[in-house]
Design a protein. Structure first.
Length: 326
């Protein structure tokens, strides 16, 4: 939750008024607004806000604010981070289904290459930060959940250590991971603001700050990051229907980042891997941690075009990997 911080509120308002959309301003979905500190700031800026709140303590004040306005604010009881739960049967609040949420917001699906239809603002739950990033990543590549409606833009606060992972460069020890490659291929990543942890309600019972510890990356701030899906994401050989194979390929390659790419290709029984690398102008002794995100995309598209992954054990491994992540 935010505490009252005028400087932060002004920064968020300025950030969310910009972005990728060139047409009519998209709907702003604010996740867990709490007492509505930033909600009021955004409303004063003329932004149309849909507030998704899961804590019933905050609902009366938010609903009172909603009733005092002429349709500029809509309050919904729900939890964005329990969106589209993997359960059978009726979904019980505060869990919510994306189709019901977007219907209530009055947002219809648009083509992938269209402008951003919705901007989402929130803070990732620290205890589930990495898992949430993976779930959003799968939804992005599969065009499922919120991404069935188009290139939904995320404006989210994440820990500084996870921001360093998302923006790492090839060769950076520990930071450069599968998550790095997949988010950089999938989205334009912009750092909008860095705010000290003290601006947030993260106090422990003993009065200290509940800041996740990190011994190998800095973690002194929360970072407001804009993640805008690439318009050209689904071109070439990459499609929502085969994106899980791409994700699995990247995860396999970077599971052992010091391993040679040729060894990984050989483990997939791809005997002409050396020839493929020459065609892609990738050094035959290249370690998997030294490939740029665009190299992984080019490698995947080359493998797809050559039908090397068709009707092989690779697809069984992909399905098993997806089940484990879910």
């Amino acid at each position: 939750r935010f505490i009252a911080c005028p400087k932060l509120a002004r920064t968020v308002r300025r950030c969310l008024q910009g972005g990728a959309s060139r047409g009519p301003q998209p709907v702003l979905l604010e996740c867990a607004p709490g007492p509505g500190v930033l909600t009021r700031t955004l409303l004063n800026a003329g932004v149309r806000v849909v507030a998704l709140e899961s804590n019933s303590v905050f609902l009366p004040n938010l609903q009172s604010l909603e009733n005092s306005l002429d349709g500029q604010l809509k309050v919904i009881y729900g939890d964005f981070f329990r969106l589209d739960p993997l359960v059978t049967g009726t979904v019980k609040p505060p869990a919510v289904c994306s189709d019901k949420l977007f219907e209530t917001m009055g947002v219809a699906a648009v083509p992938w290459r269209a402008d951003v239809p919705v901007k989402i603002f929130g803070i990732l739950p620290q205890k589930k930060e990495r898992n949430t990033l993976w779930r959003l990543l799968f939804a992005l590549y599969e065009c499922s959940s919120i991404y069935r409606y188009g290139r939904v833009e995320l404006n989210i606060f994440i820990s500084e250590k996870e921001y360093k992972v998302l923006t790492a460069k090839p060769g950076e020890v520990r930071a450069y991971q599968a998550l790095t490659v997949l988010w950089q291929v999938g989205c334009e990543i912009e750092l909008l603001h860095m705010e000290p942890w003290s601006s947030f309600v993260t106090n422990l019972k003993n009065g200290g700050l509940a800041v996740p510890k990190s011994t190998w990356l800095p973690n002194e701030h929360l970072c407001l990051v804009r993640l805008t899906p690439q318009q050209n994401l689904f071109t070439g050989g990459l499609e929502p229907t085969n994106s899980s194979t791409f994700i699995f390929m990247v995860k396999q390659c970077l599971a052992k980042p010091r391993s040679r790419l040729t060894d990984r290709l050989n483990s997939w029984s791809l005997d002409n891997g050396g020839k493929l690398l020459r065609e892609l102008e990738i050094p035959k002794n290249a370690e998997t941690r030294h490939l740029y995100p665009e190299d992984y995309r080019r490698l995947f598209e080359a493998l797809q075009n050559s039908n090397m992954f068709t009707e092989t054990w690779f697809h069984d491994e992909v399905l098993e990997s997806i089940r484990n992540i879910n």
